[in-house]
Design a protein around this ligand. Structure first.
Ligand code: SF4
Ligand code: SF4
Ligand code: FES
Length: 488
């Protein structure tokens, strides 16, 4: 048995004007779940506490709550001392009970066909990754698009795709999904990472629906323009001046002993638009013993096409990029764009390892930079945090240079083709991110993705920098210190 204290957000519409926290100390068995804690409080302290549950074994989805801010199933989540327990971010009926009906009503239902058609084994297997939903709605409450558009949410898209694969269903699910704002998903992956059933909605439902929508001619005009540009130039954005690849040679040698040799996959944004961030990254790598090989013939990774369902030239882009690095005998490819890194790691099968800039520097260690008198906040790029599982590494690097203040990890609105295709949604999400940044009181925003860098810059009055630029500023300050010491 163990004693623990938890806080619960309570609300009774009959007596309370607003919700308030109550603290409870209880004794539960070792290994108790959050649901056991709620039972104990209800049975031993306050029988008016309301919460939902049914199966007690992760099968019905009715017990979903937020524990320490994260949606989860109360019956599966281990209870921990000093946890906070809140209702999901939906309309609260009482305490931890929320109104599920409006959202459940949006989930597409099966319309049975007249004749009985038995699905084949292969058809059942195709539906399998999408059919285990228990309608807990955790995914809906973390989806950034739901709050700012009429997008009904990820599990609706999951159900549309599942039914599109079902031979017994006669409705046009792809057209329905397009009408339900299929192109509002930012590919942030928050729904997949929170889903207690591990349903991979961005790739298995949304991108597949977008690919089917492409065949029906529904691809948004701006996304078609991006595809045309890639076909014509190999790049997803137009040039704004001399590109990164035009400014560097094929090999950049480090200043000191070589700790590692990597190939560098630049990506379209760092090659064409955010060139200085990439040049800063090369300087940081040089100072830290990383030898960088930069093949000139590399092209767009294809992420803007995969995310928007335009797959016709994907295989040729993949082959060209893989062959470019393979033919040079490169066994580690470095990325500094979160989207490229996630695409190379998750959508390619490569004969080389792919590592992000933050991973490489953390692995080999860095020369200590001077501290900058800056209070900064770090924005987690979705394709770095959720696409590559990189959370601690940039923080560990940045804490050596600046005072870091945290903010919640939420999509800025630039991904999944939303910035180009649904600009009003991207602007609303960017504005929300700007408010999060302002609340931290930070003077600088630091991130590790060119799309986030570019988009957030338009929604905050604070300077937005790449991790590499901040590290380099620390090194330049250190150089100035060393120089003045020598003069003395
Ligand atoms: S990937 Fe992000 S934006 Fe897309 S449905 Fe999931 S949570 Fe919503
Ligand atoms: S998809 Fe996953 S998170 Fe969303 S409602 Fe279904 S089980 Fe819950
Ligand atoms: S009580 Fe059924 S999933 Fe938790």
């Amino acid at each position: 048995m163990k004693k623990m204290t938890v806080r619960i957000l309570r609300f009774d519409p009959e007596t309370d004007r607003e919700s308030h926290w109550e603290t409870y100390t209880i004794t539960v068995n070792d290994g108790a779940r959050v649901l056991h804690v709620l039972h104990t409080i209800h049975d031993e302290i306050d029988p008016t506490l309301e919460y939902r549950y049914c199966c007690g074994s992760g099968q019905c989805g009715s017990c979903a709550v937020r524990v320490n801010g994260e949606p989860t199933l109360a019956c599966m989540e281990e209870a921990r001392n000093n946890s906070s327990i809140e209702p999901l971010k939906l309309t609260v009926k009482k305490d931890l009970v929320v109104d599920l009906i409006p959202t459940l009503e949006t989930i597409a239902s099966i319309k049975p066909c007249d004749e009985l058609v038995m699905p084949k084994r292969s058809e059942i297997d195709a539906m399998r990754p999408l059919k285990d939903c228990i309608e807990c709605l955790c995914c809906v409450t973390v989806c950034p698009a739901v709050g700012v558009t009429e997008f009904p949410g990820p599990t609706m898209m999951r159900q549309e795709m599942r039914l599109a694969l079902d031979p017994r269903d006669r409705a046009d699910r792809v057209t329905e999904a397009v009408k339900d704002r299929l192109f509002s998903c930012t590919s942030c992956q928050a729904c997949w990472k929170i889903c207690p059933k591990g349903i991979e909605m961005p790739a298995k439902a949304i991108e597949r629906l977008r690919a089917l929508a492409n065949r029906k001619g529904y691809t948004l005009p701006r996304h078609q323009e991006v595809a045309a540009l890639i076909k014509e130039t190999g790049r997803s954005v137009p040039r704004t001046g001399p590109t990164f690849l035009e400014q560097v040679g094929e090999v950049i040698e480090p200043y000191g002993p070589v700790k590692a040799t990597v190939g560098f996959f630049i990506g379209c944004m760092y090659n064409m638009r955010q060139v200085q961030s990439a040049l800063d990254a090369m300087e940081v790598l040089r100072r830290n013993g990383i030898r960088v090989i930069i093949p000139e013939e590399q092209v767009c990774c294809g992420s803007p096409l995969i995310r928007t369902g335009q797959l016709s030239i994907i295989d040729s882009l993949k082959q060209r990029n893989i062959e470019t690095f393979r033919s040079r005998g490169i066994d580690t490819v470095l990325t500094m764009c979160a989207g490229c890194g996630s695409t190379l790691k998750n959508d390619y099968t490569t004969p080389f390892e792919v590592m992000d800039f933050n991973e490489i520097l953390t692995k080999y260690g860095i020369e200590p930079p001077a501290r900058l008198p800056i209070r900064a906040t770090y924005h987690d790029p979705c394709h770095l945090l959720r696409g590559q599982g990189i959370h601690d590494q940039p923080r560990k690097l940045l804490r050596q240079v600046v005072d870091l203040v945290e903010m919640p990890s939420i999509c800025c609105g630039s991904g999944g083709g939303v910035r180009s295709g649904v600009p009003e949604e991207a602007a609303a999400l960017g504005a929300r991110r700007g408010e999060d940044i302002a609340k931290t009181g930070a003077e600088f925003v630091i991130t590790s993705c060119p799309f986030c860098e570019f988009h957030i810059s338009g929604h905050t009055d604070r300077p937005v920098r790449h991790v590499a630029t901040v590290l380099l500023e620390g090194y330049q300050k250190q150089d100035r210190k060393n120089c003045s010491c020598k003069k003395e």
